[in-house]
Design a binder for this molecule. Structure first.
Ligand code: FAQ
Length: 333
C-alpha cells in the first residue's frame, strides 16, 4: 500500500482536458475553497503528494529536536533550560499531530518511520547543521522557527482539512519559539563584545541554510506547479524566501548584527530586498545525505527506535493480555 503512496519524480500538472469527471469536480471544489476531508474522493497523486509532504514535515519536527536537545544540559540559566525543554517538547507534539494527519490518508506511522530510517524519506535540510554554541539556539528560534512560520501560516489555509487544522496550533507554538530565540540573541547582543560576537557567528552560519529551508528556486522546484493547482502550496518557494529576507533584515538591524551577504540591498523599485545567490550545490548535497550532521541525525533516530522496541513490545503484550481477559469488552470497543 505504502509503495503506491510514495511520490517519485516530478508531480505533473493535469489540464482540465486530461482530467476525469471525478478529477474535474475535485478541482472545482478546490477552486471554490472547499476543504477536502479524508473520506472524500481524491486523485491518487494528490494523496501521494500529501503523504510525502506531511510525513516529511513530521520527520522534520522530530529530527529538529536533536540540534536543540544538544543544549538542554548546557543552557545558561534554569529559566532558559525550562523554556528550551518546553520548546523541544512542542516540536515532538508537532510531529505527532502531523503523523496523525498523514495517517488519515491511509499510511501507517510504522511505515512512515521505516522510510525515514531507511533514508528514503527526507526531512528538512536545516537540521543537518551543528549547534556549536549557545547563540545557535537563539539563531534556530529566530531564523529556523521564523522561516517555519512564514512557510506554515499559509498551510493553515491549504486544501486538505486535517493538515490545515494541525497547522493552526503548530503556528501558534512556533511563534513563541521564534520569540524565545530572538530573546536569546537580544540578551547576547546587549552583553559583552564576546557574547555579541557569538551571536554574529551564529547568524553567519545559519543565515544561508535558513534561506535554503524554503526549497529549490521556483524554476527548479519539482512539485510546486501541481501543489499550487491543488492549493497545497499557496505561495511559491521563492515568494516565501523573499518574505523571510524582508522580514528578518530589520530584525537583524535591531540586534546590531550584519547579515552575511554583501549583495543584500533594499530595492526601491521592487519594494523588496535583493539578496545574493544561494549555493544550491550545498543544498542538494545536504538533501542527498551528505551534510555535516546527516549521518549523526539519522543514526540518533534509528537508535531511539531500536532502544524503544522493548516498550512497544510491552504495550502490544499488555493489549493482547487485556483483550484475552476481557474479550467481550474488546468486541464492544
Ligand atoms: N529540505 O519540488 P520541491 C520546522 C525537497 S519544520 C529537504 O520544491 P515541495 C519546525 C523536496 O522534498 C521544517 N528537502 O518540493 C522546527 C523534494 O524532494 P522529494 C519543515 C527539501 O515539497 C523548527 C525536492 O526537494 N517544514 O522547521 C527541502 O513542493 C525548529 C524538490 O522540492 C516543512 O516541511 C528542504 N529544505 O516543497 C522544528 C513545511 N526543500 O520530496 C524543530 C511543509 C525541498 O520529491 C526546531 N513542506 N526539498 O524527494 C513544504 O512546504 C514543502 O514540502 C517544501 C518543499 C517547501 C519544504
Amino acid at each position: 500500500m505504502y509503495a503506491q503512496l510514495v511520490d517519485t519524480g516530478v508531480t505533473k500538472v493535469r489540464s482540465a482536458e486530461d482530467m476525469s469527471d471525478d478529477e474535474r469536480s475535485f478541482q472545482q471544489r478546490i477552486d471554490e475553497g472547499i476543504r477536502i476531508e479524508s473520506k472524500d474522493w481524491m486523485p491518487d497523486a494528490y494523496r501521494r503528494t500529501l503523504v510525502r509532504q506531511i510525513s516529511q514535515h513530521a520527520h522534520s519536527e522530530i529530527v529538529g529536536q536533536l540540534p536543540e536537545g544538544n543544549w538542554v544540559t548546557r543552557a545558561p540559566t534554569l529559566e532558559r533550560k525550562a523554556v528550551l525543554l518546553a520548546k523541544i517538547q512542542d516540536e515532538a507534539g508537532h510531529g505527532l499531530y502531523l503523523y496523525s494527519a498523514a495517517e488519515t490518508l491511509g499510511v501507517s506511522r510504522d511505515q512512515m518511520l521505516a522510510d525515514l530510517h531507511s533514508g528514503k524519506a527526507k526531512y528538512s535540510s536545516i537540521f543537518n547543521y551543528p549547534t556549536l554554541n549557545w547563540a545557535d539556539i537563539g539563531a534556530i528560534g529566530w531564523l529556523v522557527d521564523g522561516s517555519a512560520i512564514i512557510n506554515q501560516v499559509p498551510l493553515c489555509r491549504c486544501s486538505y482539512g486535517p493538515y490545515a487544522r494541525a497547522m493552526v496550533r503548530v503556528c501558534k507554538e512556533e511563534s513563541f519559539h521564534q520569540r524565545q530565540g530572538y530573546d536569546i540573541l537580544l540578551k547576547l547582543c546587549n552583553g559583552t563584545p564576546e557574547q555579541k560576537q557569538m551571536a554574529q557567528d551564529a547568524l553567519n552560519r545559519w543565515w544561508w541554510p535558513a534561506l535554503m529551508m524554503f526549497g529549490p528556486s521556483d524554476a527548479d522546484s519539482l512539485h510546486s506547479a501541481q501543489s499550487a493547482q491543488w492549493r497545497i502550496k499557496l505561495f511559491s518557494n521563492d515568494a516565501l524566501r523573499q518574505k523571510m529576507v524582508d522580514q528578518t533584515v530589520p530584525q537583524a538591524e535591531f540586534l546590531g548584527l550584519s547579515i552575511p551577504d554583501p549583495d543584500l540591498k533594499w530595492n526601491d523599485e521592487r519594494g523588496h530586498y535583493d539578496f545574493g545567490a544561494i549555493d544550491w550545490d550545498e543544498f542538494y548535497n545536504v538533501i542527498q545525505g551528505n551534510g555535516p550532521c546527516n549521518r549523526e541525525r539519522l543514526g540518533a533516530r534509528v537508535k531511539a527506535w531500536q532502544d524503544g522496541a522493548w516498550f512497544r513490545d510491552a504495550l502490544v503484550a499488555h493489549a493482547d493480555k487485556q483483550s484475552a481477559a476481557h474479550p467481550a469488552e474488546r468486541q464492544v470497543a
